[in-house]
Design a protein around this ligand. Structure first.
Ligand code: 26V
Length: 850
């Protein structure tokens, strides 16, 4: 076949323009003489798609010829956001496309707003996966992502009289030019049924069908792949049922199958344990592993080679069924024996933990697992009994080695396998097994057994890592203590990073140009450590003035967005103070709100003369609350309720504005972050895995007000702690402070005033806010688990430091430049390189220019 004569797309502006008109006519089916903005976007996107596919094909072909080791990133979430701008810039075609679009009468900005966000994730974990895809492509690593093509992504959030409202995210309604459907690539996934003579006969099956999403790297020819699976019925339609007049049953199999990839679980909080969610997990994990094995077998026959050709990263507990699934496929399908399969599995899988919050560590009821996945449950039981045997032996050996020590005394030792909370008289072996068994009893429901997925992942993989230095340290000594003692070499840290393309170069064009001009080149976009060259210019008044001008322009853009979306006029000479993230008690948006209420009360109490001394602030919030998370929803209402009062108070005027921007998502973050001057990362120390927006704000020269938690600790190291606004208790003091309670009336008088104002109904419905107040005060209830009352006074002290510094704009700007200059370490390119060298053992393979 004369494939060499296939025309490749041409990249000069005229050809692109022609191409867009052709796509608009023949792919979109629109009239090129009367185009809407939306149609133009769609036609344009199709032209970009062709250019992506062109490089994608070359990359995959080249990799196949080289047969390198690949990393496979298994993640239930990929929060990709929009693709157009990112693709055009990463392909290096911004000039050509810019001109072509101008000729069509538009700007890239007009068109990019037409694109729906791909919101296939909840928050930090999903966005991290998306940043990793960008860095894997950019650093030329042979690596693919695997996940689920949810029909409905993260819900759309609205405000209804100040309360969160929810609507489905119908993101595919206008088609999706960024994916390539592969109907011929389908894997069978089984559920239920029974195991007979060691063979599993599923009672229900679906097809996992592939969609490839090409991921372009920046400054490279490489275009890699995010392969997402859709669940389809094996039998589309049952004609027999139909002929009997039973239409519902005729389509039942189809509906049941489609349910699996229908919705992203919006539960960034509790509510685990649903059978459909376990189905989703095994669905995409099994499809991914089958796919990798199929490609492996095209070129190899000896499975002992698999660990040299493939490594899977399990992104949190969601894909950890991979341990049992890989074992099952190797044993039942490929005929390997247990020991051989186990050796391969534990060299091929790696596990990343993203949170220590116990509610988020998935534990599946043995009953659910046995019913849905009987063969997997057999395998898990065997893994569990082998592990328990070895743990018991080690505990016994440890006790025998210290014959005089009582079990209880031994338990208090730092290096004991016996849990610290072992009761007197309890058998220390039983205590260790009960705490660290893969299968263990539900502490809240006697007799109900659970599978601890995180424990299985640690046992079944070659490495376990946390996502920031402090977090990796905490998991070694808390949730995974015994595992760490037995396998210290398995534990690593990989501090998160974010892609500087999307989160600086593309979302903040003004700053991009200024940085490039100052450094004399744009190499920093691919080598972010080069930003450190800005340090020597931090005191340059000329640069400071230009730096401020860029920020001012970005603030104006955000002010316009605020006016258009929530109708509030905000003063752009005020400090833009931002907290955007999922709404959670541990992230403490309410602590921020209490300080805002305090500020409001202080302004109200001040004389007109004193009022002049206040630094005006615009406080911006954004974030979604999980539907079942009662307290998080109240926290949203607290923001809007205070906003309603403050924003309409003539006495306060432009000194304080409080806005909640609904439907926080990736593209909204791209508008907010470049405009922010102060951002809040104020979780109770020890609770936030890493945080990644802190890095995005830092890159964009936004100062940070934060606790010594997650990656804040390392950000403080990079910029110098004295340049960050740090407050609050340290992680190691948290357990003690949680025990040592005092009555809230004994706390700072400003705290008491804030609580009183809420309970007096100064911000509306006092009754509604009662349990929010109780939650951080009432000694008989939650006991202020996240230590808001405790940290409040120090938080106000830090807020005061912020105000003082803002009055000195030169010093503020110097720090802002320093933040950007010190952000090189937090590039996801650095993070991916660390993973590649220290965990994955995968090397770059760059596609040569043809
Ligand atoms: C968190 C929580 C918190 C308490 C209620 C139950 C619950 C359920 C799920 C989660 C999220 C767990 C996974 C996650 O998104 N972790 C985030 O991962 C980011 C990327 O590593 C990291 O920056 C965030 O700190 C971490 O929360």
């Amino acid at each position: 076949l004369p494939v060499e004569h296939l025309p490749h797309p041409k990249n000069d502006p005229d050809s692109i323009e022609q191409d867009v008109l052709s796509k608009v006519s023949y792919t979109i089916g629109a009239d090129p003489k009367a185009l809407t903005t939306k149609q133009t976007y769609r036609g344009l996107a199709w032209t970009v798609r062709e250019r992506l596919i062109d490089s994608f094909n070359k990359t995959q072909e080249y990799w196949k010829s080289k047969d390198p080791k690949f990393v496979y990133y298994l993640s239930a979430e990929f929060l990709m956001g929009r693709s157009l701008t990112n693709a055009v810039y990463n392909l290096g075609l911004e000039g050509e496309y810019g001109e072509a679009i101008r000729k069509l009468g538009y700007s890239l900005e007009d068109l990019q707003d037409q694109e729906q966000n791909a919101s296939l994730g909840n928050g930090g974990l999903g966005r991290l996966a998306a940043c990793f895809m960008d860095s894997i492509a950019t650093t030329d690593l042979p690596g693919w992502g695997y996940g689920i093509r949810y029909k409905y992504g993260m819900f759309k959030q609205g405000l209804d009289k100040g309360f969160q409202s929810m609507a489905p995210d119908i993101w595919l309604s206008a088609g999706n030019p960024w994916e390539v459907y592969r109907p011929e690539l389908a894997y069978r996934i089984g559920f239920y049924g029974e195991v007979k003579d060691g063979k599993w006969i599923p009672a229900e099956s679906v097809n996992a069908v592939a969609y490839d999403n090409p991921i372009p790297g920046f400054g490279t020819n490489n275009v890699t792949n995010l392969r997402l699976f859709e669940s389809q019925p094996v039998n589309e339609f049952n004609l027999d049922f139909f002929n009997e007049g039973n239409f519902d049953e005729a389509t039942q199999e189809k509906r049941r199958a489609e349910d699996i990839s229908a919705v992203l679980y919006p539960n960034d909080a509790t509510d685990y344990g649903r059978e459909l969610r376990l189905k989703q997990q095994v669905f995409f994990v099994s499809a991914a592993i089958q796919d990798v094995i199929a490609r492996f077998k095209e070129q190899h026959s000896d499975f002992n080679e698999l660990p040299n050709k493939a490594v899977f990263t399990m992104n949190d507990t969601h894909p950890t069924i991979a341990v049992a699934e890989l074992m099952r496929l190797l044993i039942d399908q490929e005929g390997l024996d247990w020991d051989n399969a186990w050796a391969i599995t534990t060299k091929t899988l790696a596990f990343t933990n993203h949170t220590v919050m116990p509610e988020a560590l998935e534990k599946w009821p043995v009953k659910v697992m046995t019913k849905l996945l009987p063969r997997h449950m057999e395998i898990i039981s065997k893994i569990d009994s082998i592990w328990k045997g070895s743990l018991a032996d080690r505990v016994k050996a440890q006790i025998e080695a210290e014959p005089k020590a009582e079990a209880k005394a031994a338990a208090s030792e730092e290096s004991s396998l016996v849990p610290e909370d072992t009761e007197a008289g309890e058998d220390p072996v039983d205590a260790a097994l009960a705490k660290y068994g893969i299968i263990c009893e539900n502490p809240w429901e006697k007799g109900v057994k659970l599978v601890n997925m995180a424990f299985m992942a640690v046992i079944g993989s070659k490495s376990t890592n946390g996502v920031a230095a402090i977090h990796s340290d905490i998991i070694k000594h808390t949730i995974f203590k015994d595992f760490y003692e037995i396998y210290p070499e398995k534990f690593q840290n990989k501090t998160n990073g974010v892609t500087p393309r999307r989160w600086l170069a593309y979302c903040n064009p003004g700053l991009r140009e200024l940085i490039t001009k100052t450094l004399g080149s744009n190499e920093w976009i691919k080598h972010l450590e080069k930003l450190s060259g800005l340090k020597q210019h931090a005191e340059d008044k000329e640069l400071q003035a230009q730096w401020r001008a860029v920020k001012q322009e970005n603030k104006q853009r955000l002010a316009k967005y605020i006016k258009a979306n929530v109708g509030v006029d905000v003063p752009t000479n005020a400090m833009f103070d931002v907290q955007i993230k999922r709404i959670h008690e541990y992230k403490r948006q309410h602590l921020n709100m209490f300080s805002i209420i305090n500020r409001y009360l202080e302004i109200k109490a001040a004389s007109p003369e004193e009022r002049k001394k206040f630094v005006p602030r615009v406080c911006v919030f954004g974030g979604k609350a999980a539907s079942a998370y009662y307290m998080a929803k109240k926290m949203i209402r607290l923001v809007t309720a205070v906003g309603e009062v403050v924003n309409n108070d003539q006495e306060v005027g432009d000194l304080l504005k409080v806005v909640f921007l609904p439907d926080y998502n990736v593209s909204l973050a791209e508008v907010i972050i470049p405009a922010a001057e102060l951002s809040h990362h104020i979780s109770t120390a020890g609770t936030e895995g890493s945080g990644t927006s802190n890095m995005k704000f830092q890159m964009n020269g936004c100062l940070i007000l934060g606790t010594m938690d997650g990656a804040n600790v390392e950000i403080a190291q990079e910029i110098g702690k004295e340049n960050m606004f740090v407050f609050g208790v340290d992680a190691e003091d948290v357990p003690r402070l949680r025990e040592e309670r005092k009555d809230f009336k004994d706390y700072d008088p400003r705290w008491v005033k804030v609580m009183d104002s809420l309970l007096a109904g100064q911000f509306g419905d006092a009754e509604y806010f009662q349990d929010l107040v109780d939650n951080v005060n009432d000694m008989t209830k939650s006991n202020d688990w996240f230590l808001l009352a405790n940290d409040f006074a120090d938080y106000l002290r830090a807020q005061k430091d912020v105000d003082e510094l803002y009055k000195d704009q030169d010093e503020w700007t110097r720090r802002s430049i320093l933040y950007t200059a010190s952000s090189g370490f937090f590039s996801s390119d650095r993070c991916i390189d660390d993973y590649a060298r220290e965990i994955w053992e995968v090397e770059p393979v760059a596609v040569p220019s043809s």
